[in-house]
Design a binder for this molecule. Structure first.
Ligand code: AMP
Ligand code: GLY
Length: 422
């Protein structure tokens, strides 16, 4: 099979790495890719949002399967455009991608399908939103209804904070039209986990789960980021609970989407909070998480490409998708200044030394190859240093050995990834 992966982050590097190991693969392309991906795939200089160019490329190269990494091209209609050109794409249509693109859409699906989630209400009028907050009190959660680059959620500990958030989103429009409407939710508490299922429109199989560390600093301090590290398995989320969430959250959502004429194909990411009343859905994303994908790919026993093809063909029902009974930990190395203002251009040394350590794998994200072949930082999140082991504690020690083998003073990471889990 000829495969085109779309994206350029650590997630896409991990996807390419897993697909490259498939006996079904004859040729792997990645658009646009990165220097790490270039070791396992042919990188082509087409941006992930250049949908028309991607379709022409896929036609020219007779691509058998397109594998989208990030949500933005899906929300922009990549899967629809590929489908219209007769090219299988393992991702949701633009209509189905609204599960990530619109908070209120997801909440409506939850209510229609009986999926456990926080109580909510949507407001287009700032005065009505403020009045609701005053009546409900804090803590309370304010969310911009549309996509806001992961920053459109304020978990307000006080009423004043909630009112400020409404002011910023609805009056000052800091997220543009994404904040023209807000969703206000009951505040849930408990550990958060990310559950991943592969879906074929009708059926879903469990890929696995992971825990992400969203704040930039140790001890969950500082601003939110795309994710500073992840580990899998998650001790507080055992397999029987994963299966229960597949049955009570993922499958009902799939049934509802199919009933509403928007069957969901691709990877469905359920962000869950394990509350005292049971697991509740915080959000759906229509793709793998980054860096959750990196640790899950390292644990994957089944052939990823065969699984993605089965999802595209509507044949997941009997697909036996399995993980190895190992643990994996991924530590994100970011450029100094991330997430606000990452410094670009510093040289990263020690990559070969780190990658040669036992059970260590390095996935590239924001890197660039300088003319002399040195790898330099070229983004916020730059590398994910991952390791596997028989248990989380061993995997964690190995991952940090990888981090410590790097010679990159301008980079930093959290030192407590998976620390609370072992
Ligand atoms: P979201 O973009 O919806 O995933 O929200 C981002 C983060 O805000 C989540 O990962 C949670 O940590 C937090 N959050 C979202 N909704 C709630 C809620 N209803 N109660 C408590 N925390 C929440
Ligand atoms: N790591 C969380 C995400 O990819 O959205």
């Amino acid at each position: 099979m000829k495969v085109l992966v779309v994206g350029s982050g650590g997630r896409e590097h991990a996807l390419c790495w897993a697909i490259a190991g498939s006996p079904l693969l004859t040729k792997l392309y990645c658009a646009p890719g990165n220097p790490g991906i270039a070791a396992v795939a042919e990188c082509v200089p087409i941006g992930a949002l250049e949908i028309g160019t991607l379709v022409v490329f896929a036609q020219e190269k007779e691509i058998d399967l397109v594998v989208p990494g990030p949500e933005a091209p899906l929300v922009a209609g990549l899967a629809d455009a590929m489908e219209a050109a007769g090219i299988p794409c393992c991702g949701p249509t633009q209509a189905a991608a609204r599960l990530e693109g619109s908070k209120s859409f997801t909440k409506e699906v939850c209510d229609a399908a009986g999926i456990p989630t926080a109580l909510w209400e949507r407001f287009e009028d700032a005065a009505a939103a403020r009045d609701f907050v005053t009546r409900r009190g804090a803590p309370i959660v304010i969310k911009a209804d549309g996509l806001a680059a992961g920053k459109g959620v304020v978990v307000a500990a006080t009423e004043a904070e909630a009112l400020d958030a409404i002011d910023a989103m609805m009056d000052r429009k800091v997220f543009g039209e994404s904040g023209a409407a807000v969703v206000i939710e009951e505040c849930l508490t408990g550990p958060e986990v990310s559950l991943f299922a592969l879906c074929d429109g009708e059926d879903a199989v469990l890929i696995g789960s992971a825990q992400d560390h969203k704040r930039v600093g140790d001890g969950d301090t500082g601003p939110n980021t795309g994710g500073m590290g992840a580990y899998s398995p998650v001790p507080c989320f055992p397999p029987e609970l994963e299966e229960a969430c597949l049955a009570q959250i993922v499958r009902p959502a799939l049934r509802q989407m199919a009933e509403d004429g928007m069957p969901f194909r691709g990877v469905l990411f359920a962000g869950l909070m394990l509350t005292e009343e049971g697991a509740k859905l915080i959000e759906f994303n229509v793709r793998f998480g980054d860096p959750e994908c990196q640790v899950l790919m390292l644990r994957l026993k089944s052939d990823l490409l065969a699984a993605l093809q089965a999802a595209c063909d509507g044949e997941l029902r009997n697909f036996d998708l399995r993980l190895h009974d190992t643990a994996a930990v991924g530590v994100v190395m970011a450029a100094r200044g991330y997430p606000d203002n990452p410094e670009k251009g510093s040289a990263i040394g020690g990559l070969d030394k780190a990658a040669a350590l036992p059970d260590v794998s390095i996935f590239h994200a924001g890197t660039r190859a300088a003319p002399d072949a040195t790898v330099v930082a070229d983004g916020g999140r730059v590398l994910t240093i991952c390791a596997t082991g028989p248990d989380l504690s061993t995997a964690r020690t190995r991952a940090y050995a990888g981090v410590d083998a790097l010679a990159w003073p301008e980079g930093f990471c959290r030192r407590d990834i998976a620390a609370g889990a072992t």
